[in-house]
Design a binder for this molecule. Structure first.
Ligand code: SF4
Length: 351
């Protein structure tokens, strides 16, 4: 019988599966707080239980094969999975204004190998869809990065499901990973620090909202009319802007939070004030925050990076009308920050 990946299991599941399941709290503590990835070293756990764990579970199956560090401190990791497919995870460091304060970390996780959605501006989309990640393959990305960076267990980090794949297309596994991330005896990442970013699969947004997990949601909007959005994101044919907005309006958010809308600004397509006016109208009545992201040109892309002045003009216009809007700092530009690029370079042996 092949061994099971320990990162697939919630504390409650381990409790049920193990002979002395009441010790699952200690097991979680070892794995996620002490970063011990070896059952033998869990010395406050009885010998028999350690043996039971070693006989049935494994830490193996996923390893870091590439690491690329950006000048701004962001680090992109390439993980090899048990079937030799690869996925990327990015650690983003935000340096606070006060130089003495420690940096804030956000981990951008992948949820699928490849992606079905086929957004025209996306590097990952080029490789098509391969498979969903298992729960443990998602959880391990965070546990391993924390261990690799030697981050103190209590250090608060943020998670964004914004790496490779459409998280809502791997719904059950992503929800289980969110629950494991939130476990106070484990990684202890509060739901309010977790964000699911979606291309806008309306029924799944509603389903996620109904679970009321306390997490944030970010919608990749990118266009304000259906014609352009369908051109950029074919998913818009199935779930148009109206249906996405109607689903997101039902999503429960914490009173101090906002629904996030990502707007990728592409030269000559959606970088004009007219688009900004339509965006304002579209989000009227929603407690929203808009993140403007400058399209990052990559090889073979038909789109171009916009002029920063035009992006600033959109931001200033929206802010002047009371819609919170920021320009998302492009982190790790020098390490090809678009998801899927490290994987591609590795495949082509260019790094
Ligand atoms: S942008 Fe996201 S949803 Fe769209 S194809 Fe790329 S990975 Fe998939």
């Amino acid at each position: 019988m092949s061994k099971k990946h320990i990162f697939n299991y919630s504390q409650e599941e381990l409790e049920k599966n193990l002979e002395k399941g009441y010790q699952s709290k200690q097991i979680y503590n070892w794995i996620y707080k002490q970063y011990t990835h070896n059952f033998e070293d869990m010395n406050n756990i009885g010998k028999n239980l350690r043996q039971e764990l070693a006989d049935n579970y494994t830490f193996d199956g996923q390893e870091i094969i590439r690491k690329q560090e950006s000048k701004d401190g962001s680090i992109k990791y390439l993980f090899k999975l048990k079937d030799s497919h690869t996925v990327e995870t990015v650690l983003i460091q935000m340096k606070p204004a006060d130089e003495k304060a420690s940096p804030r970390y956000t981990i951008c996780v992948s949820s699928q190998v490849g992606c079905k959605i086929g957004c025209k501006f996306c590097y990952t989309a080029k490789g098509g869809f391969v498979r969903n990640l298992e729960v443990g393959e998602i959880v391990y990305q965070v546990a391993k990065l924390k261990q690799d960076m030697n981050l103190e267990a209590h250090k608060a980090i943020n998670i964004v499901f914004m790496g490779m794949g459409e998280p809502l297309d791997n719904f059950e596994n992503v929800v289980q990973a969110i629950r494991i991330f939130s476990d106070k005896d484990g990684l202890n990442i509060a739901p309010a620090r977790q964000t699911v970013s979606t291309s806008g699969i309306s029924p799944k947004i509603e389903k996620l909202g109904e679970l009321d997990l306390g997490i944030n949601i970010a919608i990749s909007l990118h266009a304000v009319d259906d014609e352009l959005r369908t051109k950029l994101m074919p998913i818009n044919k199935a779930y148009n802007i109206k249906s996405v907005i109607s689903a997101v309006k039902k999503f429960p958010i914490h009173h101090r939070k906002r629904l996030m809308f990502e707007y990728l600004v592409i030269k000559g397509l959606n970088d004009d004030i007219q688009s900004a006016k339509k965006l304002l109208k579209l989000l009227d009545g929603i407690k929203a925050k808009v993140n403007l992201i400058l399209f990052n040109s990559h090889e073979g892309s038909e789109f171009k990076k916009p002029d920063i002045k035009k992006v600033q003009a959109i931001r200033d216009y929206l802010n002047s009308k009371g819609l919170v809007c920021t320009i998302r700092e492009s982190k790790g530009e020098d390490i090809s920050a678009a998801c899927g690029q490290l994987k591609e370079q590795h495949k082509n042996n260019t790094i």
